[in-house]
Design a protein around this ligand. Structure first.
Ligand code: ZN
Length: 436
């Protein structure tokens, strides 16, 4: 099984971290030295992402019940009454139909105190309040079961879903039929899981219709509209406004990096294929980032620091964004987990801004060349001559795509792909359903 190497320069920092705490600072203040390494995570259901899963067991919740112990200690100053009052899930505090919070945290009186506390036989903690929020009923009672705390605090984590960097030889490509993807909830979950794992899946037996691609996309979420349209065509025709519309070789890139929020998923449905050329190429940028880190830490750090400008200046439009090639979270446990974003789109690169010194340009140039070489290194590129009826779905921010040049024999033969995009938010929302 592939195991991402640890970032050596992060190791000392990480050794000092017993557990990541993306939670309330009030929670972090709960100091019980013997249990500090995993108080809250221990209450998490076992199918959720946790930083200290080795310590978790369902029995532990019932028997040692650390969070219950914390809740029992509500008279100690360690547990903030404001924090506890804030997470009340009752119908006075959270609208049952909309799920929206009905009070503002800032309106909780600063001198609120727990008036009474009891633990019910099922483990639920029940609190009443002194100096509760105004307009609350006199008998307002907060009931919290420890098992509900993780979702109250952090929600399911996508980090529990595995990702697997690949090369062409290690990729076990997921493929399913259009019909099954749309109609079988089980298949849809499998497809989403594979899409998150590899950043690339294929659908087959897609109906020959210009609306098929948006039907596929909308199974995940709303289609992203851009100036290319709700859906758009990639055809082998001359005089196009985008390099993707011409017939030459198109190198590895991501789409729309010149926009503030580039689309996350790209869908391409093949309606007509050429005879010989025009194959679709894919390479895993996450794999290239991990390899760059292993092979040349200086180049990795340069690409995590220096910004590249992407732009679209044409036809009365002027889009531009400046991005680091590697957006990296140094607090993560592994290089793979630390990758927040990869930005690589040479065809849409604009003049450098904020990178004027000779040293910075030389550093960027050397590092970017190494990264480019890794994305294209032998054995890494997955190539597919897409056939009519196939649709590829890929993560635009992870898997770079390219196209081979058309062959002379393709002259007069139309290659026609219909494409559309879906943003990250609906994709991540769909992925979170997999963690439940
Ligand atoms: Zn309440």
């Amino acid at each position: 099984m592939w195991a991402p190497p640890r970032c050596s320069r992060l190791a000392s920092t990480l050794r000092a971290m017993t557990v990541r705490r993306p939670y309330s600072s009030n929670v972090a203040r709960i100091k019980a030295p013997s249990a500090i390494t995993c108080q809250l995570p221990r209450t998490r259901p076992s199918n959720r992402s946790i930083q200290c899963s080795a310590h978790y067991s369902a029995q532990a919740v019932q028997q040692t019940d650390p969070i219950s112990q914390d809740l029992e200690r509500t008279t100690t100053p360690d547990l903030s009454p404001i924090w506890l009052r804030d997470i009340c899930p009752c119908e006075h505090c959270v609208d049952p139909s909309s799920g929206q919070k009905k009070f503002w945290t800032v309106d909780i009186p600063s001198d609120i105190q727990i008036k009474s506390h009891q633990t019910l036989p099922d483990g639920t903690h029940e609190y009443t309040w002194t100096h509760d929020l105004p307009n609350m009923p006199a008998d307002h009672t907060t009931r919290i079961h420890p098992s509900t705390l993780p979702s109250t605090l952090a929600g399911p984590s996508l980090s529990s879903l595995p990702q697997r960097p690949w090369t062409a030889s290690t990729l076990s490509l997921y493929s399913t039929s259009y019909e099954s993807y749309l109609t079988s909830p089980t298949t849809f979950r499998e497809a989403l899981s594979a899409l998150h794992r590899d950043g690339l899946i294929f659908l087959t037996s897609v109906p020959e219709s210009e609306s098929s691609v948006t039907s596929i996309a909308e199974r995940i979420g709303p289609v992203r509209n851009t100036f290319y349209g709700f859906s758009w065509d990639v055809r082998s025709v001359p005089k196009a406004r985008n390099v993707a519309y011409t017939s030459g070789h198109l190198g590895f890139h991501q789409d729309l990096l010149y926009m503030a929020d580039p689309p996350r998923l790209q869908f391409l449905h093949c309606l007509r294929s050429s005879a010989a050329g025009g194959a679709s190429l894919f390479t895993d940028a996450y794999r290239a980032v991990v390899e760059l880190h292993d092979q040349d830490l200086t180049a990795f750090e340069d690409l995590a620091r220096l910004r590249t400008t992407y732009h679209y200046v044409k036809e009365g439009k002027h889009y531009t964004q400046s991005r680091r090639t590697i957006e990296f979270d140094e607090q993560a446990g592994t290089v793979l987990e630390g990758i927040r974003d990869v930005n690589w789109s040479p065809p849409f690169q604009g003049p450098f801004t904020g990178l004027e010194t000779e040293d910075d340009v030389a550093r960027w140039h050397a590092a970017a060349r190494k990264f480019r070489d890794l994305t294209e290194r032998e054995g890494s590129v997955f190539e597919r001559m897409m056939k009519p009826g196939e649709c590829v779905i890929f993560d635009n921010k992870r898997v770079l795509h390219a196209r081979t040049a058309f062959e002379p024999g393709d002259v007069g033969k139309e290659r026609w792909l219909k494409g559309c995009y879906v943003d990250g938010d609906p994709y991540w929302s769909a992925l979170r359903q997999l963690t439940k």
